[in-house]
Design a protein around this ligand. Structure first.
Ligand code: NDP
Length: 291
């Protein structure tokens, strides 16, 4: 079998066009969705991510600001910045680029964000809402995976989904979103015994491990849908996923590439969450319709 490659770039473009229509409606009524990104310090990867987020906003006609703070920023100064953005009516979505320098408590900072502006979906209130199935802001990477599956026409209900990884930003919300769509979900971690036994049983396998080429063809059920969330550099400095593309593409039915798979969806869903936040906060779209 040769896997069908899921083109994340093409799906992301299509989804952005759909959200642009919603955003343009708001703009026509005098509300430009606005996003603020706070970055603390000089981490080069974080700077690239922030630049990409700001660029995506500009492409869709959204307003965005990015606040750069020095690496030695105090917690009080960072919390004051978050507070100012919470009160800024031009800003509907706030995100704090992670990781933060070690002296800053990311949990405390995220909890300071107004949950109605928490477009990353990391605030406890939105995480709790995700558990009960009602969050307005699913965290962007797993949300992007769900949209990819939907746009590719992959059935989720009744399937066995195996998520490898349990981080708060990818693995756990991924498992919950799949569960809400009536998959039977298994979560594997570094402590799982006989990982391959579980992954080989997956109809839908999501790898969010952070280890290059970790999932190999012998760990995959023939015809399975394999979603590679990983973004890693291999020893040659090349960008690779958690899935060994060569061996898995010979076994799987569907596979996302890295780059060009899940990555483009993440920023797209951040845009979606920001537009949804603006719809809700402006009162121009009823909450029930701002889904
Ligand atoms: P974390 O490091 O926070 O989590 C990794 C998870 O993998 C942990 O739950 C860990 O288990 C598990 N794990 C590690 N080793 C094994 C193993 N041998 N067997 C089974 N499970 C294992 O990473 P993230 O969730 O933040 O990110 C995962 C990957 O996704 C990274 O490559 C990251 O760069 C990428 N990423 C990509 C995004 C995108 O837009 N495409 C967005 C966010 C992340 P345990 O909990 O037991 O330690």
């Amino acid at each position: 079998m040769t896997a069908q490659i899921i083109d994340g770039k093409a799906i992301a473009q299509q989804v952005r066009a759909e959200w642009k229509i919603r955003s343009d409606k708001l703009i026509a009524q005098g509300v430009t969705p606005g996003m603020a990104v706070i970055i603390v310090g000089n981490d080069p990867a974080s700077k690239v991510y922030v630049a990409n987020k700001v660029k995506a906003c500009a492409e869709l006609g959204l307003y965005s600001i990015h606040v750069e703070m020095p690496a030695d920023t105090s917690e009080a100064a960072l919390l004051a910045e978050v507070d100012a953005l919470n009160k800024n009516p031009a800003i509907h979505g706030i995100l704090v680029q992670l990781p933060l320098p070690g002296h800053l408590d990311a949990h405390k900072v995220i909890e300071a964000i107004n949950p109605d502006k928490d477009v990353d979906g990391f605030h406890q209130m939105n995480v709790g809402a995700l558990v009960t199935g009602e969050t307005p802001f699913p965290s962007c990477t797993p949300y992007g995976v769900m949209v990819m599956l939907e746009k590719t026409g992959i059935q989720i209900e009744g399937k066995h989904a195996v998520v490898v990884g349990r981080s708060n930003i990818v693995g756990k919300p991924m498992a919950l979103l799949l569960l809400h769509k009536n998959a039977t979900v298994t979560i594997c971690t570094s402590k799982t015994v006989d990982l391959a036994k579980h992954t080989r049983d997956a109809d839908i396998l999501v790898a969010a491990v952070g280890k290059p080429n970790f999932i190999t063809g012998d760990m995959v059920k023939p015809g399975a849908v394999v979603i590679d969330v990983g973004i890693n550099r291999n020893s040659d400095g090349k960008l690779v996923g958690d899935v060994d593309f060569a061996s898995v593409s010979a076994v799987a039915g569907f596979l996302t590439p890295v780059p060009g798979g899940v990555g483009p969806m993440t920023i797209t869903m951040l845009i979606a969450n920001t537009v949804r936040a603006a719809e809700r906060l402006s009162g121009l779209v009823k909450h029930a319709d701002a889904e």
